[in-house]
Write a protein that binds this ligand. Structure first.
Ligand code: DQA
Length: 147
């Protein structure tokens, strides 16, 4: 089974962008550690980033046929995008929403997530580790589905 890991706008700048909030780890490092962990869990990973809402919507729509699950850090679209919410709701795949920072400890406008309305679970505030925790949880979810 292949897990689609989606990253939203500005996450391509990870490592350089507000390191006090998001850390020094680059997105390419997160991709590498996700692929390693997925392998250990018997999963494959398709890791992508886009700054474009519509491209993320297209990928989510296509995943309904090609992927077993979605892990998504929607970045700023978390707080604005009904389109991402609708696309995610239309898949019947398990979905885990991940944020590097603890969005509840930040500005008020970050406290609300449209995406959470479609998410099976949410992980936030644990930095890059959150992606690995999401993969662990997804492996269990997919195993349980099979039974
Ligand atoms: C983020 C949190 C969002 O509020 C922000 O817009 C991001 C990254 C996170 O991973 O902590 O770009 O999703």
């Amino acid at each position: 089974p292949t897990v689609l890991i989606l990253n939203g706008p500005n996450l391509n700048l990870l490592g350089e962008r507000e390191p006090t909030i998001y850390g020094r780890t680059k997105l390419a490092d997160i991709e590498k550690s996700c692929k390693k962990r997925a392998k250990e869990l018997g999963l494959a990973v398709d890791f992508r980033q886009s700054n474009h809402e519509g491209e993320l919507v297209d990928w989510i729509q296509a995943a309904r046929r090609s992927h077993a699950a979605i892990i998504i850090n929607p970045a700023a679209y978390t707080h604005t995008s009904v389109a991402l919410l609708d696309a995610l709701t239309a898949t019947d795949l398990p979905i885990i929403e991940v944020h590097l920072s603890n969005i509840h400890r930040r500005e008020r406008f970050r406290h609300h997530s449209y995406v959470s309305l479609a998410a099976t679970g949410v992980i936030c505030g644990l930095g890059a580790q959150g992606y690995l925790l999401a993969l662990d949880a997804m492996a269990t979810t997919l195993r349980t589905q099979e039974e």
